[in-house]
Design a protein around this ligand. Structure first.
Ligand code: ADP
Length: 485
């Protein structure tokens, strides 16, 4: 029997090995879901110094895989892990990936990010030559892996090895484009023919994501609404032109949630578990969270609001900070967990000082606390300016923390806003302080009607954004490329 077509995922993060955000969650779930549905999948990612092996042993598979970048003799070592039966390959090159952080330190982006991910992209392609099966599809994610389709396009013209390999680019966030000086293009090993407006050039710079958009056979975004939004100047981040040119090959597939990790019925980070039908545990989680964070115990009978996310303008943290003094006039508790822009970190800490006992701001990245905040909160705030998909609101729904969110991108695709009959949360149209405050007040007023609240919460907890459904969407994309799955 001929081997099953191989779909090789290439991405710079995969949970539980590495994570800065939603990309890692997707990579930890989608390839594995496809694998469990009978698709032959594997994943390739960098081996970071701060990598968590998550208890999975890594084996050295291959030494000195030729990469030829930035100098001809350069090579990578490849490690292999068995991740629930699916191979995960790690590209190891100490000077590029053995660092404390993934892409930046407190001073800013690493100066050699372009070289690091050119190296990763080239190593990925070279490594495919060592696989038993030639990949039918290279499914690459975000700017860090977006040059792979460009190399594939040009290298397959001279090397028939990849002649039947197709590429898919998934954009998780168009704002991160991997835009670098043109100087770096000339050493990348891409031919001169790639240096034009329909290639990797972006207003005189070397655009890695731009390259992926130009050369991938298919492009997807992580929600249908975002796939439409990116064609407009408001959300296109300057790439709306090239995306519009490629619109026949562009589609949006909503992410799923990994309910093996994110389910209050079975969550190892929670002191108590609960289900839509057996909600008592949620109250206990709230009580516990209030104690854990040193909040006023009386808050257990008041609405508790949570915010978890990168403290960046995208997430609307500035809007929350702006409305906070007004919001705290209500009888509520508020918890913020996040890290990011120092201005917002400091502002949220200062506001905590003004609202001691009723508000807590935790600056940092704490996976287990995120779970407990979702379980302990009544309301989850997500006033994003744009949201390619957003996973946290999907988790919030499952944990019965009703979202108050901007009606944008994936938020629009996952929350049915009150007062619809089948509502699961609250949305507002424009990301401005007035509309946000009004929406939170609406949620607070509904919270005061326990019967109505319970009904909405039950519905929210029963929503199911399964990865199987998302995986079906990707299978269709691969089939559209002629892959027989
Ligand atoms: P994005 O990928 O844009 O950051 P998503 O909502 O898609 O946003 O995914 C964010 C993921 O990162 C979620 O799993 C969320 O719980 C987690 N997360 C974000 N910030 C923190 C934090 N400070 N501590 C713990 N988890 C966080």
């Amino acid at each position: 029997m001929p081997p099953k077509p191989l779909i090789l995922f290439a991405a710079s993060e995969i949970y539980p090995f590495s994570k800065t955000g939603g990309l890692a969650d997707v990579m930890g779930a989608l390839p594995l879901t496809l694998h469990r549905m009978g698709v032959n999948t594997a994943l390739i990612t960098p081996l970071y110094g701060r990598l968590s092996t998550a208890g999975v042993p890594l084996h050295l598979l291959l030494t000195d895989c030729p990469v030829g970048y930035p100098w001809p003799p350069n090579t990578a070592d490849i490690y292999l892990a068995d991740f629930h039966g699916m191979p995960v390959y790690f590209v190891h090159r100490e000077e590029y990936f053995d660092r404390r952080y993934y892409y930046n330190n407190y001073k800013g982006d690493y100066f050699d990010n372009c070289e690091r991910f050119i190296f990763f992209s080239r190593a990925t392609l070279e490594f495919t030559k060592h696989l038993e099966t030639i990949p039918a599809v290279l499914h690459v994610h975000d700017w860090q892996a977006a040059l792979i389709p460009a190399y594939l396009k040009f290298w397959s013209m001279v090397d028939p090895y990849w002649k039947n390999t197709k590429s898919v680019l998934t954009i998780h966030n168009l704002a991160f484009q991997g835009r670098f000086s043109s100087r770096l293009f000339w050493d990348s090993g891409l031919p001169k023919a790639a240096w034009n407006m329909d290639g990797v050039e972006y207003f005189g710079d070397f655009g890695l994501l731009k390259g992926g958009i130009s050369y991938a056979d298919k492009i997807t975004t992580v929600s249908p609404s975002y796939a439409r939004e990116v064609l407009t100047p408001e959300f296109g981040c300057g790439l709306e032109g090239i995306l519009s040119k490629r619109s026949a090959d562009l589609s949006g597939i909503l992410n799923g949630a990994d309910y093996e990790v994110w389910d209050p019925a079975d969550d190892r980070y929670l002191p108590f578990t609960y289900t839509p039908g057996q909600i008592k545990g949620k109250m206990r989680c709230k009580d516990n969270l209030i104690q854990e964070l040193g909040l006023d115990p009386a808050l257990v009978d008041k609405p508790l609001l949570g915010f978890i996310g990168r403290l960046r303008r995208q997430k609307g943290i500035d809007l929350l900070i702006e409305i906070l003094p007004e919001l705290m006039k209500e009888e509520i508790g508020l918890i913020i967990l996040g890290e990011g822009n120092q201005i917002y970190e400091e502002a949220s800490l200062a506001l905590m000082e003004d609202n001691l006992g009723r508000m807590v701001s935790r600056v940092g990245y704490t996976e287990d606390l995120a779970h407990r905040i979702l379980a302990g909160s009544d309301i989850f705030l997500m006033p994003s300016r744009y949201e390619p998909c957003g996973l946290t609101q999907i988790y919030a729904l499952r944990y019965g923390a009703l979202p108050v969110a901007t009606a944008v991108g994936g938020l629009k695709d996952t929350i049915t806003p009150y007062p619809a009959r089948d509502s699961t949360g609250f949305t507002f149209d424009r990301p401005n302080p007035g509309q946000f405050l009004q929406a939170v007040r609406l949620a607070l007023s509904i919270w005061k009607q326990p019967e109505v609240w319970r009904k909405i919460r039950k519905r929210a907890m029963m929503t199911n954004f399964s990865w199987e459904k998302a995986a079906e969407g990707y299978i269709q994309v691969y089939r559209d490329l002629g892959v027989r799955l």
